[in-house]
Design a protein around this ligand. Structure first.
Ligand SMILES: Cc1cc2nc3c(=O)[nH]c(=O)nc-3n(C[C@H](O)[C@H](O)[C@H](O)COP(=O)(O)OP(=O)(O)OC[C@H]3O[C@@H](n4cnc5c(N)ncnc54)[C@H](O)[C@@H]3O)c2cc1C
Ligand code: FES
Length: 258
């Protein structure tokens, strides 16, 4: 069940240019959250009323803490990057559905700021005993989170400039190493997800993809975040689904990424 609460910043660390890692102590959200869900983070500046949706990167349920890894994209995330240990932050969550974990070999495929939710997912899958492979794509050698992923998964890296791993994107890394698995879990830009959906269909592999869209309410009330679906949606009776409430994770075959 989602709750709004005031969290306390435990730590803030810069991981790469414009990329930050924020650990927050919460009373309830960390206890209830699961991989693939997100949290809405509120700004203190009253000019920025809408919360910013950020994926859950890691959860420490015993300590009641959770981690967000985010890129400074605009004013809201810039404000977050200035938070220091002990600062208060208002959170609403956990939101969205999260990944459906299967006790089968899993290939986690992510690019850029789609990588953070894969760390918690890799940890949870590993706990089930599943074999976990992660294929992660970056622009350059700033391969944030890759070392942490290596502790729980076999990691393959692609970089656009070819400085680390395969040159190109995650699909190049998959082809270079002839990778496959029983389930694909993916998060990243739409173009990448389109290629992964096609790959999953060709391989006949269950493919779960996490979509991103600009959000306003974050709780299913405003329809700001709809995506096109193959079937008619129960809520709006059209070919739509709300990414914040019905997603962000969808079976790839159920969404139209054209
Ligand atoms: C489900 C989900 C999970 C996300 N997880 C992460 C993550 O783990 N790390 C990360 O760096 N980013 C993540 N994002 C993107 C992040 O929400 C935006 O970068 C952020 O909201 C930008 O806010 P801003 O004020 O800095 O930028 P501005 O451009 O000033 O934002 C203006 C408004 O547009 C909204 N907005 C702008 N870009 C996005 C976007 N891409 N998605 C949704 N709303 C947007 C903002 O929330 C705000 O209300 C996620 C987005 C979604 C939908
Ligand atoms: S952001 Fe309002 S319905 Fe999704």
């Amino acid at each position: 069940m989602k709750v709004q609460e005031t969290g306390i910043v435990v730590s803030q660390k810069k991981l790469a240019d414009g990329i930050y890692s924020l650990w927050v102590k919460t009373e309830q959200i960390a206890k209830e959250a699961k991989a693939g869900q997100f949290v809405s983070l509120y700004c203190k500046d009253a000019q920025r009323l809408l919360p910013r949706p950020i994926s859950i990167c890691e959860i420490n349920r015993e300590e009641g803490t959770m981690r967000f890894v985010y890129r400074v994209a605009g004013k809201g995330t810039e404000e977050f990057s200035g938070y220091r240990t002990g600062d208060a932050i208002t959170l609403l969550g956990p939101l969205g559905n999260g990944f459906e974990k299967r006790e089968k070999s899993g290939m986690l495929i992510a690019g850029g700021i789609g990588i953070p939710p894969m760390l918690q997912l890799a940890k949870e899958l590993k706990e089930t005993g599943a074999e976990v492979t992660a294929v992660v794509g970056y622009r350059d050698s700033h391969t944030f989170l890759a070392d942490e992923l290596k502790k729980v998964a076999k990691v393959y890296i692609a970089t656009e400039d070819g400085s680390v791993g395969s040159r190109g994107n995650v699909m190049n890394a998959i082809a270079d190493h002839s990778l496959s698995a029983e389930v694909i879990y993916a998060c990243g830009p739409k173009l990448m997800l389109r290629a992964i959906k096609e790959f999953g269909e060709k391989e006949g592999v269950e493919t779960q993809i996490s979509l991103e869209e600009k959000m306003a309410c974050g709780i299913g009330a405003c329809l700001a975040c709809v995506c096109k679906t193959v079937e008619i949606d129960d809520h709006s009776q059209v070919h739509n689904a709300r990414i914040c409430k019905d997603g962000p994770v969808f079976e790839a075959g159920k969404v139209d990424l054209s």
